[in-house]
Design a protein around this ligand. Structure first.
Ligand code: NAP
Length: 255
């Protein structure tokens, strides 16, 4: 029998081909969930399943976890993934982690309308489409669930060059709180995690000088690792957090 914090649960993770999403697949599977890794790039999602889940340690059959191609900003793509899941697993996921996200940084005075739109489309509208589609599927199947949305600490404080990104991440927190209020009656919990600076490809574009200045503001004096976010995601996904909903939890090393 599979043991763990989320044993026997089906989990969908978006943005699962890299960084925090990949680490979430790793920790959720370690804690007994069957994981569906969904990403814009099927290959990277498959790599997550093959190399980073409990499958790699031989704990699962190949058939249990799966990788799917998903563009969170496209409602047809989100619907398609739901239909694939219902066909393959005969039930919707009861854990949904919204980790897909992009940055397109520039000064406010120079930012193009298309860079503004694309960041809002993926980070905010994508979170909306995935939440709406999968929460609806959970209510139709009369199952309870947990949704975890990945915001960012800069959504709270702002950040140079990120007027699009910070707005999208502040929006994710507000939408999380609204969804928690609406979905509580179905026993679907919705929470947000606000990571600080985490060692993933998304922060590689931050200039070294800026990163050093940022790290001086982190009491723990270092960047976080994606696994440190994934542990919190898994806690929020599990029944250990059964009375937490509408929360926005900073995981920043004290930043
Ligand atoms: P990452 O390593 O770049 O991973 C993000 C993943 O999402 C990538 O595989 C990316 O594919 C995928 N993706 C992009 N657009 C997508 C779409 N439309 N549909 C589906 N998947 C898509 O970044 P990360 O650091 O793990 O970030 C994960 C989440 O944490 C993001 O929401 C990010 O904003 C948030 N966050 C990160 C940090 C940090 O310091 N790392 C801090 C605060 C918040 P591509 O590589 O092709 O784009």
């Amino acid at each position: 029998m599979v043991k763990g914090l989320v044993a026997g649960r089906l989990a969908l993770v978006t943005g699962a081909g890299s960084g925090i999403g990949r680490a979430a697949c790793q920790v959720l599977s370690r804690e007994g969930a069957t994981v569906i890794a969904a990403d814009k790039h099927h290959d990277s999602a498959l790599e997550t399943i093959k190399a980073h889940t409990a499958l790699a340690s031989g704990a699962f059959d190949v058939g249990d976890h799966s990788a799917m191609e998903l563009d969170v900003s496209n409602s047809k793509s989100v619907q398609g993934v739901l239909q694939n899941i219902l066909k393959q697993y005969k039930a919707p996921p009861t854990i949904v982690v919204n980790s897909a996200g992009i940055t397109k940084d520039n000064w406010l005075l120079k930012m193009s309308e298309s860079d503004y739109d694309s960041v809002l489309d993926v980070n905010l509208k994508g979170t909306f489409l995935v939440m709406q589609t999968f929460a609806k599927a959970m209510t139709e199947a009369s199952v309870t669930g947990s949704i975890v949305n990945i915001s960012s600490i800069v959504g709270k404080y702002g950040n140079l060059g990120q007027s699009n990104y910070t707005a999208s991440k502040a929006g994710v927190v507000a939408m999380t709180k609204t969804a928690a209020k609406e979905l509580g009656k179905f026993n679907i919990r919705v929470n947000a995690v606000l990571p600080g600076f985490i060692n993933t490809p998304i922060v590689k574009t931050v200039p070294d000088k800026v990163m050093m200045m940022m790290l001086m503001l982190v009491p723990l004096g270092r960047m976080g690792e994606p696994e440190e976010i994934a542990e919190v995601i898994t806690f929020l996904s599990s029944d250990k957090s059964s009375f937490i909903t509408g929360a926005a939890i900073d995981v920043t090393g004290g930043f």
